[in-house]
Design a binder for this molecule. Structure first.
Ligand code: NAD
Length: 510
């Protein structure tokens, strides 16, 4: 099978047969080993990349540090104007970039375009934010003293991103960090180097048109254990914003905190939907379907568990079975398909293995879980299993379209307790029309996740609120609300204009 329109997409995004994987924002280079980008749609090599090595890394961070000296002095709204122009450039390339996301990662074209739209949205947001980097002021207990806090640019931000959101996660960090006066270095996941190269090229046009120095935003394609690791131990990288698995996130946290660097950790989830006796079944089932099957179950916010009240269980299973039966699986560029492939053959093996473990631990597979051989790609059928809440595998994140059904009975607090009884704490939702149930879910004894929704699924957040999760999801926050504060250095200032010396707390020292 051929990937339709591939040549055109590559041409529009200036992707060559072999590409350099390192860029300081002005030039391209790459002195590391060559790697291939393989499409999960049909196993075809899309293009090759010359990766970065340690020397390239050093060159890049030097450029980042140098650029920071001028970038931090540029008035914030002028930095916001650069981000605005990047948003405009993305609008021009939305179609092609969305298609490349789909070709390289495998998510449906609707979701590929959606990811680029998210980049555009965050650029708009960050442009406005550049005029709203507010600090607080308060009244001093001392005569003619003024107290206020202000926010200064932080420095170099290292962005390490996961394969499943090849472009959006970078832009969430980049847009906000640039508005805040930081410079950025990006290490994307090894599965998706070409989308990263395409993004950097779009940004470089804006950098060139505005005569900005190299080092505002640099790109570093290479293995996590090599070039990614360098960022963790480098004291010149002031903040490491890491998106990926909890296993590697733990290592990132340890290494960066050893040098008292800052981190934003966006790690694995194990997200649940609670379906109560007062749920609208159609609404719930649609949200569960998108949550579990969208992006082939490879979102950090994918729905992994459904906790359903005993009396609604059979009805839910029946409705879901009907919906699952209508899921079309195949080439994600074809918009009649709802589900594309998993990211690679390793992911397919991991999925099939997880299903065997579910069975071994006593779970009952209800449907799905087959490998599909068509089109030479990494296609599977999505699966549903009925399980006990405490199976070991149910407490882990299986990054694939495997959904668990768990029954609860009695009070809503029982369902919430089941939901919270896993190590992760990213996204959660309840389907109910009962006020007491939804308020209990959102209250102090309710969901312990960073995201808690009512009559909205676990997956598909907007950029306006801070995004992130608790517990083993890492506690980081990105995107909207006041997440920008993590990208800045806070300073508390007291100014004495009384002409007299006066100590706080009334202390006399004469
Ligand atoms: P991963 O942990 O395998 O890799 C993530 C990134 O870390 C990649 O860029 C990788 O190259 C890099 N890396 C690997 N070893 C490293 C090291 N020693 N030092 C520095 N960097 C290193 O994750 P993945 O398979 O790409 O993505 C899937 C995971 O990401 C899932 O667990 C998913 O839940 C999580 N995720 C979380 C969020 C969130 O916002 N919470 C968003 C997307 C994905």
């Amino acid at each position: 099978m051929k990937i339709d329109g591939l040549e055109d997409v590559l041409k529009q995004l200036e992707i060559e047969e072999t590409n350099y994987g390192a860029s300081d924002g002005h030039e391209w280079f790459g002195n590391g080993a060559e790697t291939k980008s393989v499409s999960p749609i049909n196993g075809q090599v899309i293009a090759k990349v010359k990766q970065a090595n340690k020397d390239d890394y050093e060159r890049m961070v030097k450029a980042n540090r140098e650029a920071f000296k001028t970038w931090r002095e540029m008035p914030a709204p002028k930095r916001g104007e650069i981000v605005r122009q990047f948003g405009l450039a993305l609008r021009e390339k939305k179609d092609a970039l969305g298609r490349l996301v789909t070709i390289e990662m495998g998510k449906s074209l609707q979701e590929g375009w959606g990811e680029v739209q998210e980049m555009i949205d965050i650029c708009d947001y960050a442009t406005g934010l550049s005029r709203m980097l507010y600090g607080k002021q308060t009244h001093s207990e001392r005569f003619r003293h003024r107290m206020y806090e202000q926010w200064h640019p932080l420095g170099v931000v290292g962005i390490i991103s996961a394969f499943n959101f090849p472009v959006a996660v970078w832009s969430w960090n980049l847009g906000i960090a640039l508005a805040c006066g930081d410079t950025c270095i990006w290490k994307p996941a090894s599965h998706v180097p070409l989308t990263a190269i395409a993004c950097q090229k779009i940004l470089m046009r804006v950098i060139k048109e505005n005569d900005l120095p190299a080092g505002i935003s640099t790109l570093l394609i290479g293995r996590g254990s090599e070039v990614g690791e360098l960022m963790l131990t480098d004291k010149h990288v002031n903040l490491v914003s890491y998106t990926g698995s909890t296993k590697i996130g733990r290592h990132v946290a340890e290494e960066v905190s050893k040098r008292f660097g800052k981190t934003i950790l966006e790690l694995g989830g194990n997200n649940a939907v609670i379906v109560t006796p007062h749920a609208e079944m159609e609404l719930a089932a649609r949200a569960i379907l998108f949550g579990a099957v969208g992006t082939a179950g490879q979102r950090c916010t994918s729905t992994r568990r459904v906790i359903v009240e005993k009396s609604r269980k059979e009805e839910l299973i029946k409705t879901l079975k009907d919906y699952y039966g209508r899921v079309t699986i195949g080439n994600p560029l074809d918009q009649s398909n709802l589900m594309g492939p998993l990211v690679d053959t390793g992911a397919v093996d991991m999925y099939l293995e997880a299903i065997e473990i579910v069975k071994k631990q006593g779970g009952k597979m209800l449907w799905g879980g087959e490998k599909l051989d068509h089109e030479g790609g990494c296609y599977v059928t999505p699966s549903v299993a009925e399980v006990r809440r405490d199976l070991e595998i149910v407490c882990e994140e299986t990054f694939a379209p495997l959904l668990y059904i768990i029954e609860y009975s009695g009070d809503i607090q029982n369902a919430i307790d089941i939901q919270n009884d896993v190590p992760q704490g990213l996204s959660s939702s309840i389907f109910t029309n009962d006020l007491i149930e939804s308020e209990t879910f959102l209250g102090h004894t309710g969901s312990d996740c960073g995201i808690a929704n009512v009559n909205v699924g676990t997956s598909g957040a907007e950029i306006g609120l801070a995004f992130g999760g608790e517990k083993e999801t890492g506690g980081g926050r990105e995107s909207g609300s006041d997440a920008w504060k993590l990208y800045m250095r806070r300073q508390s200032n007291t100014i004495n204009w009384s002409g007299k010396a006066e100590l706080a707390q009334g202390i006399k020292f004469d």
